[in-house]
Design a protein around this ligand. Structure first.
Ligand code: ADP
Ligand code: ZN
Length: 560
């Protein structure tokens, strides 16, 4: 139940995050993302010059006009032939084998020869590096800002580590494995280190991703090595990050992963409470894990580490502000309020960026301006003015004005914070940033409004330029709109026909229609916004207000 709820929140969180700031337009330097069907469509229309295939997540695409894009790597085998048949230049990206792997293979081979082929993988054990930080970490639980019940669980674990005897004497079940799950950057690693620090024991860490693609047997021997060292040290906290890399449910056989996982399971059932060892593992996704991992006596304690709420955000900011001189005018409460859906890691980055900015201007303390600049840098990247042609600027101004106007009309609870046509270092040609209310549940109407707002940039471009001259700048918006529509149709049963593909299409069509009608209805305000953007480039909340003054936010979308 808890798990389900969390997944739902994750999806909402992701959708929220999209709309918080990032109605950003793709610009020149960051390669645009093409969907796989779009890619083939363009390939068949002779628009693609070359494609570089590789083993990464994406294929690099070069268009005949010299621009570039990336498309998801389908990891299917027939793509190359089809591309060649279309007369497209296909390049293979040579993936150099990691030097370590090569060395390991060479050593393994040599050992096999020397020992007459006897104990292949065991011979490698010496070379299997375990990244263990065997000192007691210098962080404690007071450096982590986390929900009260999570903190209580961690305190219990710490007292077990400190006084295992009293637990055992009282007949309490000994904790063995604790699975921390939640989105990245929420402090799972930090919690594990802080637990060791709090209990003053050693900390041993491995990451599941270290095992991917290693020579068969190495992973398993690393796991055994890790436990051996922990035992030798008289106990401690063993932390396995990204456990999904080895603990994915075993649908298709993967020898290496299975062996590693089995070694881990064996080690875990082998130790007794007296060892003073606790194993913590972290994952972003509980649902993909092998059931064997979550069984009694293994990772049978699960602790959810979710995105922080307002109070937790404030605490995280306070923790990281401890060693930073903040001007009195910097209000952490305001900052906490504006950072809905930020992870702890992002909050930490935010303060750090602000400190860097203050240092750069040789200030004595961090001023609100430093915070503001850091906030923009963290959310959309640094500003990089002066990269757009006059014509592009006009397009971007209309595009962003479209998002802004629709946000104002269709999302009455959102706070339109900043709209700009200054390109950013992350590749956005402009963006419209709004702060959305903290929500656990969203209605269909709110989701429809989100999609309309996302499509508003493209709709405004159409009004200005006509169907033929709309630009690739809406690529991200379209992707987001599709993601929301897809979840509505598939996961939340919000379609009309029950056929997911048809529902998704209907939802998108309906939302686009609403966006168009709304922009047409308020065309003069749209023009006013676009004009103001062209002359002033960035509009903040106070500057936006008069431009939207004549328009009352609507609770309902205009009727068709
Ligand atoms: P995860 O393991 O969940 O991906 P990390 O523990 O690596 O996240 O978080 C990275 C950094 O972000 C931490 O070292 C810390 O500086 C900051 N951070 C994240 N969450 C918190 C939190 N709850 N309290 C304090 N700092 C946090
Ligand atoms: Zn956009």
């Amino acid at each position: 139940m808890k798990n389900k709820r969390w997944q739902g929140l994750m999806v909402l969180g992701m959708i929220g995050a999209l709309l918080i700031f990032l109605l950003a337009r793709e610009a020149g330097d960051a390669p645009a993302r093409l969907s796989y069907p779009e890619f083939w469509q363009l390939a068949e229309h002779g628009k693609i010059e070359s494609v570089t295939l590789g083993s990464g997540d994406t294929w690099q695409v070069q268009f005949t006009d010299g621009t570039r894009a990336a498309t998801p790597n389908p990891r299917a085998t027939d793509g190359k032939e089809r591309l060649l048949a279309l007369g497209i230049d296909v390049r293979e990206q040579g993936e150099p084998m990691p030097a370590l792997l090569l060395a390991a293979l060479a050593l393994g081979g040599a050992l096999l020869l020397l020992r007459g082929g006897g104990r292949g993988a065991a011979g490698l054990q010496k070379y299997a590096a375990v990244h263990a930080d065997e000192r007691v970490p210098d962080v404690t639980l007071s450096d982590v800002a986390i929900s009260a019940d999570t903190m209580q669980s961690m305190r219990d674990l710490a007292s077990f580590l400190k006084h295992p005897e009293s637990f055992i004497r009282l007949g309490a079940r000994r904790p063995r494995g604790v699975m921390l799950y939640g989105p990245p950057g929420t402090g799972k690693t930090l919690l594990a280190r802080a637990l060791a620090g709090e209990a003053k024991t050693a900390f041993f860490a491995l990451s599941g991703s270290d095992f991917v693609q290693v020579y068969v047997g190495v992973g398993a021997s690393r796991v055994r090595e890790l436990f051996r060292r922990a035992r030798k040290a008289g106990g401690g906290v063993i932390f396995i990050d990204e456990i999904d890399a080895i603990g994915k449910s075993r649908d298709n056989g993967n020898d290496e992963r299975d062996q590693t996982l089995n070694a881990l399971l064996t080690e875990m059932s082998g130790f007794s409470g007296q060892d003073g060892i606790i194993v913590l593992a972290a994952t972003n996704r509980l649902d993909t894990l092998d059931a064997a991992l979550l069984r009694e006596g293994r990772f049978d304690r699960r602790i959810e580490v979710g995105l922080p709420d307002y109070g937790e955000r404030l605490k995280i900011l306070q923790v990281h502000a401890r060693n930073k001189p903040l001007a009195e005018t910097v209000k952490l409460q305001d900052l906490a309020r504006r950072t809905t859906l930020f992870s702890g890691a992002q909050l930490e980055t935010l303060l750090n960026e602000a400190a860097i900015r203050a240092a750069r201007r040789e200030g004595m303390q961090i001023e609100p301006e430093d915070m503001e600049a850091a906030f923009c840098a963290v959310t959309v990247g640094e500003e990089r003015p002066g990269k757009l042609s006059e014509r592009e600027k006009r397009t971007v101004a209309w595009h962003e004005a479209g998002h802004a106007l629709l946000t104002h009309v269709m999302q009455p609870e959102a706070q339109l914070a900043r709209v700009t046509i200054i390109p950013s270092s992350r590749g956005a040609a402009g963006y419209s940033m709004s702060v959305q209310p903290d929500r656990q549940l969203r209605t269909r109407k709110e989701l429809m409004a989100m999609i309309s707002v996302a499509l508003g940039g493209r709709a405004a471009e159409e009004m200005l330029l006509g169907q033929d001259d709309v630009t690739t700048g809406a690529a991200n918006d379209l992707k987001r709109a599709r993601e929301i529509a897809s979840a509505m149709a598939r996961e939340w049963a919000m379609g009309k026909t029950g056929d997911p593909a048809a529902d998704e299409k209907d939802i998108l069509r309906e939302a686009m229609e609403t966006a168009r009608q709304c922009l047409q209805r308020y065309e003069s305000a749209l023009q006013g916004l676009a004009q103001a953007l062209l002359t002033r480039e960035t509009l903040l909340e106070e500057e936006l207000r008069p431009l939207l003054a004549g328009i009352a936010p609507e609770d309902a979308a205009p009727e068709a």
